[in-house]
Design a protein around this ligand. Structure first.
Ligand SMILES: N[C@@H](CCC(=O)N[C@@H](CS)C(=O)NCC(=O)O)C(=O)O
Length: 210
């Protein structure tokens, strides 16, 4: 199966990072096509591939798949042996709930603390609505970690789509130097030690340096 992931800038495109991590979890070989965001030509370039004008987009032999959640579900179906979702049904339901909550929520966090993997600076003040998002995320992470800590350091023990979805949040919390409870800080560190995340992070550091 031939797979091409169309993504935005690695420094800024949090939705693209999710899809790339889902692909890394699948273990499938894929190629990458990067379209720089926020340029006059960006929209026309994305529209050549996707009717939504948004990235990420996965080009497959069976057609195109847009939206990071749809891409993740497609990969989970195509590569069941890779266990992108937790195997136990109750854990899988919790993981799906967490991904759905991320996918449709946390608007204040996303708008006030946009992903910027080159940043290492706190905001002067975190707005109250963004702080409420952060508190909810820490509570969700704590619930997952309490239930699945014995199986490993990721939200459900071993890396899963839930980690792909929350890795950009972990990156925001670190790059904006947000003070966190110990459990959440440990999870952020787990993401930063994840080789799949490290590869993307390193590429982001090198982006547009030339
Ligand atoms: N819900 C979509 C959101 C995709 C999205 O908003 N992508 C942004 C980049 S991270 C984008 O393509 N923006 C278009 C632009 O900046 O022109 C998904 O999960 O894939």
């Amino acid at each position: 199966m031939s797979l091409t992931l169309v993504i935005g800038d690695k420094t800024y495109s949090s939705w693209s990072l999710r899809a790339a991590l889902a692909l890394e979890l699948s273990g499938a070989p894929y190629s990458e096509q990067l379209i720089a965001l926020n340029r006059p030509e960006t929209r026309a370039q994305i529209l050549q591939h996707s009717p939504t004008g948004k990235v990420p987009l996965l080009i497959t032999d069976e057609g195109i798949i847009w939206d990071s959640l749809a891409i993740s579900e497609y990969l989970a179906e195509c590569f069941p042996a890779a266990q992108l979702w937790p195997q136990e049904r109750a854990a899988r339901a919790l993981a799906r709930s967490a991904c759905a909550e991320m996918h449709s929520g946390f608007v204040a966090l996303r708008s006030h603390l946009p992903m910027d993997l080159k940043r290492n600076q706190a905001l002067a003040e975190i707005p109250a609505d963004a702080m409420a998002d952060i508190q909810r995320i820490c509570a969700l992470w704590a619930e997952c970690r309490q239930r699945f800590a014995q199986a490993g350091g990721f939200l459900f023990g071993q890396p899963s789509l839930a980690d792909a979805f929350f890795a950009p949040v972990a990156a925001r919390l670190r790059s904006y130097q947000v003070a966190l409870p110990a459990e959440a800080a440990a999870y952020v560190e787990t993401i930063y030690q994840w080789p799949a995340f490290q590869r993307w992070y390193q590429a982001a550091q090198e982006e547009y340096l030339a």
